[in-house]
Design a protein around this ligand. Structure first.
Ligand SMILES: [Zn+2]
Length: 446
């Protein structure tokens, strides 16, 4: 149940808040009540309106927003945090992260080797700074779409319990894919090296019944969302980047079983044919989408399927392309050559575009670079901001509680200097972060 992880802290602090209120009533004094916080800044973006409003004010009681807007009256006893020439915004969301992954710090071959050496505990410890950097950059919620050893489940729970500092997480556990496909981690190694063929417990499934079993196994182990690879990928060694890797029957089973268990389905997909089959099967989002043709984008629009473009990932790979094996280089070049036109077409056609970056392919915490890449390919700055807030909240299924600055929403709020609709790179200089009503970063204002 997606909201469980997201609202755990909220439920606890609401309970605490209620107990405090009862104490207040008993003492006939308000001095023990939760303090109202008033955030002020020159501009406010509410997560959905097409313009910023001036003189923004957000009032927060406990972990909940009680009012947000322009020139609101501030209660006398409120604690005021005035951020000056800045813009208040709902906390950013990233619909495509790998907080437990590091695919960038060393050359490709060394990372593949390290992947076999690190203990599960080492991998877990390495994830802690990734989570902290993501939150500090203003990303207060993420949909984490692929991890190993259920590290993502443990990280999500540790963050919700206040043990580790990080964003609210929805997690996918292991990516589901076909034998020899993008998610088959024995790809490119000597056959039999790992003692047995990968199976549904590794996310590897062939045939509709195995796909169903993989979905059930992941939900049993804590998945909030299901991730699958339906076409080849760039960083995997032996598959072609755009070929379909699941049959239509397998895709149908994937979507049917996930939706039956009330989980959404995000599919890694670069190829056009695989995307069409996945969209027709009813997936909720297409991740990457490099080679999608206009007719396929029209189909997405008609079906309401989201596109998660992950533009930074391609930039990162392109920036050090000679560090990859020739097979990966060729795939990366082809995908990157295709994706700019695909993105422009998606904007023009009006496909629902979510904000997602593939964090882990590039260093965690640099997520906001995606904004400038989106606007560089023709999206308006305000629309890019809407993608990272209310659109992502819809895709994640959390819009009842998150994604906008409105009365009753959880207080996940960020601020950045100046006006991001004039200079979108302001999103890379977030200087205030509040999550669940608590200030986790403040290096501006008073
Ligand atoms: Zn990814």
């Amino acid at each position: 149940m997606p909201l469980r992880a997201l609202s755990y802290n909220g439920a606890m602090s609401q309970l605490l808040h209620r107990i405090l209120c009862v104490l207040c009533a008993l003492c006939l004094t308000s001095s023990l009540g939760a303090e109202t916080i008033a955030l002020k800044a020159a501009h406010l973006f509410d997560g959905k309106a097409k313009t910023l409003v001036p003189n923004g004010v957000v009032l927060i009681d406990g972990n909940t927003i009680t009012a947000a807007g322009s020139n609101l009256a501030v209660p006398n006893d409120a604690k005021i945090i005035d951020l000056g020439d800045a813009t208040l915004s709902p906390g950013f969301m990233d619909a495509h992260t790998h907080l437990t992954g590091d695919f960038y710090s060393e050359p490709y071959d060394e990372l593949r080797l390290k992947d076999l050496e690190d203990s599960v505990a080492t991998l877990a410890f390495k994830s802690v700074p990734h989570a902290r950097a993501t939150l500090a950059a203003g990303f207060t919620s993420v949909r984490d779409v692929g991890s190993e050893f259920f590290l993502d489940v443990a990280l999500r729970n540790a963050i919700a319990a206040g043990i580790v500092e990080g964003p609210r997480m929805l997690v996918a556990t292991k990516g589901i894919g076909a034998t020899g496909g993008h998610f088959d981690r024995s790809n490119g190694f000597r056959d039999g090296l790992f003692g047995r063929q990968k199976d549904y417990t590794d996310g590897i499934a062939d045939g509709p019944e195995e796909v169903r079993k993989a979905v059930r196994y992941e939900v049993k182990n804590g998945a909030d969302v299901i991730k699958a690879a339906v076409s080849g990928g760039v960083l995997s060694l032996t598959d072609e980047v755009d070929v379909p890797q699941f049959s239509p029957e397998e895709m149908k089973a994937l979507v049917e079983e996930s939706h039956r268990l009330r989980k959404k389905v995000a599919v890694h997909c670069h190829g056009d044919e695989a995307a069409r089959e996945a969209i027709n099967a009813g997936v909720d989002s297409i991740e990457h989408g490099s080679f999608l043709k206009p007719a396929t984008l029209e189909l997405m629009k008609a079906k309401g399927t989201y596109l998660t473009p992950t533009l930074i990932a391609a930039e990162e790979i392109l920036g050090k392309i000679d560090k990859y094996p020739p097979a990966v280089q060729a795939k990366a070049r082809a995908a990157i050559a295709a994706r700019s036109e695909m993105f422009r077409n998606a904007v023009k056609i009006g496909v629902k575009i979510s904000f997602g970056t593939d964090a882990g392919v590039y260093p965690h915490g640099e997520n906001a670079k995606e904004f400038a890449l989106m606007t560089g390919l023709g999206m308006k700055p305000i629309d890019a901001l809407i993608c990272a807030t209310s659109v992502d909240a819809d895709l994640l299924g959390v819009s009842a509680k998150l994604g906008t600055l409105e009365k009753g929403k959880l207080a996940d709020i960020v601020a950045m200097p100046g006006d991001p609709t004039q200079d979108i790179t302001a999103t890379q200089r977030v200087n205030f972060v509040m999550k669940d009503g608590k200030v986790v970063r403040q290096d501006a204002g008073k």
